[in-house]
Write a protein that binds this ligand. Structure first.
Ligand code: C2E
Ligand code: MG
Ligand code: MG
Ligand code: MG
Length: 291
């Protein structure tokens, strides 16, 4: 009977979770509570270069649920950009990710760590202070090991403000990547006017790039333009060896996706890096932009 009672309780909690996630307010409460109870964790997904080097890792948030285990951000995506949560979450993620980057650097394996920042936090007047404060908290950490990812799909309020922010990040020594590139409505303007270090091509373009000539055309155009503008291009959602071959041949210089690794806990990262062996690549499998 005790076992049955346990199961009932489990179902109750699970139902409560499903219920909560059905509404925006419920999702928000779920995230807010997890932040308060210290049940948010970062996983890290490796980014590698076409030449076979490990470039760094992207920090990706997960919610630790007592019964359901790790819940990915898709379940609470809207809450990440909520007016009351965007900044607290951003500060939490910056703090944890920079601390981790400082630990890896101290341990003798420096890794660049990329942090996703919501548009609302980015446009908050206190964003630069927050970034500065976190950098000051880990004075041993080289700022060029920190990259912020800003999503291009949310329209930035105004281009001048965005430019000013990116320049200020560069002054702090921090790098900037434009995330989810191609899904927004001002892509080419962003490319032309924002001084970003990297462009991340959204996985929706990468998924069918082998079979869909339209996706290949767009990916080729973005890669060529970005590389000619001196930026790194990171393809997201790289799942197969064929993806790797085609993207590298097209001039993409950085790659991220399940083909290399899923997001993994911080403690597994050093071993992953130590064991990573890139596939051998001949010179003619590389695009001239990458030689
Ligand atoms: P994103 O920044 O574009 O991150 C890439 C997403 O693609 C991650 O999902 C990653 O796990 C997933 N992914 C990586 N490789 C593959 C692959 O080969 N195939 C497929 N199908 N997916 C792959 P995740 O971790 O669920 O994060 C989803 C989104 O949530 C992120 O998209 C980002 O926009 C947001 N996010 C994650 N962490 C944070 C955070 O700390 N703060 C904020 N504001 N947003 C975050
Ligand atoms: Mg990202
Ligand atoms: Mg992305
Ligand atoms: Mg994405």
């Amino acid at each position: 009977a005790a076992k049955d009672a346990g199961r009932d309780q489990f179902q109750l909690h699970s139902l409560a979770l499903d219920e909560a996630m059905r509404t925006e307010a419920g999702t928000r409460a779920l995230l807010e509570q997890a932040l308060q109870e210290n049940r948010l964790v970062l996983y890290y997904q490796p980014v590698v270069s076409s030449a076979g080097a490990v470039i760094g890792v992207e920090a990706l948030i997960r919610l630790q649920h007592p019964e359901r285990g790790l819940i990915p951000p898709a379940a609470f995506f809207s809450a990440l950009d909520h007016v009351r949560l965007a900044r607290p979450i951003g500060r939490f993620v910056l703090n944890v990710a920079l601390h981790q980057a400082a630990l890896w650097q101290e341990a003798g394996h420096p890794l660049r760590v990329s942090v996703n920042i919501s548009t609302r936090h980015l446009l908050d007047a206190r964003f630069l202070e927050d970034l500065q404060e976190m950098l000051a908290k880990y004075p041993g950490l080289r700022p060029e090991l920190v990259e912020i990812e800003i999503t291009e799909s949310a329209p930035l309020r105004d281009m001048l403000e965005a430019q000013r922010l990116l320049v200020a990040c560069h002054r702090l020594g921090v790098r900037v990547a434009l995330d989810d590139f191609g899904t927004g409505n001002a892509s080419l303007t962003y490319l032309q006017r924002l001084p970003a270090d990297s462009i991340k091509i959204d996985q929706s373009f990468v998924r069918d790039v082998i079979d869909d000539p339209k996706d290949l055309a767009i990916v080729t155009a973005v890669i060529t333009a970005s590389r000619m503008l001196g930026m790194n291009v990171i393809a997201e959602g790289v799942e197969t060896a064929d993806h790797v071959d085609l993207l590298v041949k097209t001039g993409c210089n950085h790659l991220q996706g399940y083909f290399f690794s899923k997001p993994i806990p911080a403690e597994d990262v050093p071993a992953w890096v130590a064991h990573f062996r890139p596939a051998p690549r001949t010179k003619d499998s590389l695009h001239p932009l990458n030689i």
